[in-house]
Design a protein around this ligand. Structure first.
Ligand code: URA
Ligand code: SF4
Length: 201
């Protein structure tokens, strides 16, 4: 496999992209995952796009982004920041779930850089059709997908950067908040980032 590019239809609209992505074999992750989880939300001149890492166990089963524990945390943080989930196009840097088996349990594994690069053509097309004013990267995997492998998330959270003609807002991944030792503080900091990013719209 040499990446998603050969599966991407030329100048397609969102629905055609989503259905082509369902048949993508641009890296090996399609083999063990249940299905491609494409992004969703308002298309064309939507103001805000948010990019996570990759679908988790629930998302893989349901075929929808952010419907598991990370999604519940994201919903809570968005509403605390005064952002409606309905106004956000939500997607991921990688469209298939990567996991290892522990007994019958499927344990999330961070996608490899090669998989992030293989999947990038889908994200690039989503940005082309959605045309967001601001793309918020949730966590280091999404940040590095858009801003390069040496990007240091912790040095830029809450900031908006210009990159390749795109405005990119930076914050942590909701799963990092779920797992944080000091949950209350981590949630407050995440909400503060989202509020700051919303102001820049
Ligand atoms: N984590 C992500 O990054 N994306 C999802 O859709 C779910 C969990
Ligand atoms: Fe294609 Fe991305 Fe799935 Fe790999 S993870 S098969 S590149 S959609």
């Amino acid at each position: 496999s040499t990446g998603a590019a050969r599966f991407v239809p030329q100048r397609a609209g969102w629905a055609a992209l989503r259905s082509a992505a369902a048949d993508c074999r641009g890296c090996d992750l399609y083999r063990d995952a249940t299905q491609t989880v494409f992004g969703e939300g308002p298309i064309r001149a939507s103001r805000l796009m948010m990019v996570g890492e990759m679908p988790g166990d629930r998302e893989d089963a349901e075929g929808r982004v952010f419907v598991g524990p990370a999604g519940r945390l994201l919903d809570k943080a968005l509403s605390a920041a005064g952002i409606s989930r309905d106004e956000v196009y939500l997607t991921n840097a990688v469209k298939h779930f990567r996991f290892s088996l522990r007994g019958k349990r499927r344990i999330h594994e961070q996608p490899r850089r090669s998989e992030v690069l293989a999947c990038f053509p889908w994200l690039r097309e989503e940005i082309r059709v959605v045309k967001p004013e601001l793309v918020v990267v949730l966590g280091a995997v999404a940040a590095k997908a858009l801003l390069g492998p040496s990007f240091k998330l912790t040095e830029h959270r809450g900031e908006v950067l210009e990159h390749d003609g795109l405005r990119v807002g930076v914050t942590v991944h909701p799963s990092a908040v779920v797992r944080a030792e000091n949950f209350g503080e981590a949630l407050d900091a995440f909400v503060a980032d989202l509020k700051a990013l919303k102001k820049s719209l």
